[in-house]
Design a protein around this ligand. Structure first.
Ligand code: SAM
Length: 193
């Protein structure tokens, strides 16, 4: 990883630690756990994903990891964020890391913006409004290539809020899925066929 990307990641991880300690209240980043970020970084490189979609950008912490993982394979990331303030923070994060040229930030409610994206995607990371995970999945599934992977965060930390999502991915015969206890719990789902 390039030193300037590692520097921005270290900075955001320090901020996340201060958030967790209650030293920063607003605006919260709610960043992905660093172990989960590293897991996604390995996974994206392993499957050589190049058409990535993220739902829930915040300050761009996870976006940095996604972009850095796909860049060696010429990939690109589209990331959706409802808050203009957080999207602006993410833009600054990505510019400082030198990754802005391979990331498109789409500002607005993902429920409205995803249908406007053409796809196809081969890797999707869902980390936004938890009760709407099933809806986000339904919007992205038609845009997924066979063999694509969908990862959803907070599966163990917010089990009740994401229960309908977990039920949905487990019951769909076109999907194979597993909960991985890293960070806040990741649901890793493969579109079979
Ligand atoms: C948990 S944070 C994302 C953290 C980020 N993935 C990271 O690891 O740095 C969730 C983000 O989703 C955004 N969000 C919530 N509902 C959304 C929606 N319907 N469409 C797009 N973004 C949404 C919030 O504004 C917030 O920034």
């Amino acid at each position: 990883m390039e030193p300037r990307i590692a520097e921005v990641i270290a900075e955001l991880e320090a901020r996340a630690r201060r958030e967790r300690a209650g030293e920063i209240t607003e605006p919260r980043m709610w960043a992905l756990h660093p172990d989960a970020a590293r897991f996604l970084h390995v996974l994206i490189q392993a499957i050589r994903a190049t058409r990535l979609l993220e739902i829930g950008t915040s300050f761009g912490y996870s976006t940095l990891w996604l972009a850095d993982a796909t860049r060696p394979n010429g990939g690109r990331v589209i990331t959706c964020e409802i808050s203009a303030e957080r999207a602006a923070a993410a833009r600054e994060t990505l510019e400082r890391a030198g990754l802005a040229d391979i990331v498109e930030i789409v500002v607005g409610d993902a429920e409205e913006t995803i249908p406007q994206l053409s796809g196809p995607f081969d890797f999707v990371f869902i980390d936004a409004d938890k009760p709407r995970y099933p809806l986000f999945l339904d919007l992205v599934l038609p845009k997924l290539l066979p063999g694509s992977v969908v990862v959803a965060d907070n599966i163990l930390s917010h089990a009740e809020a994401v229960a309908s999502y977990v039920k949905r991915v487990r019951e769909d015969p076109a999907l194979e899925t597993i909960t991985v206890p890293i960070g806040s719990g990741l649901e890793i789902t493969l579109k079979v066929g």
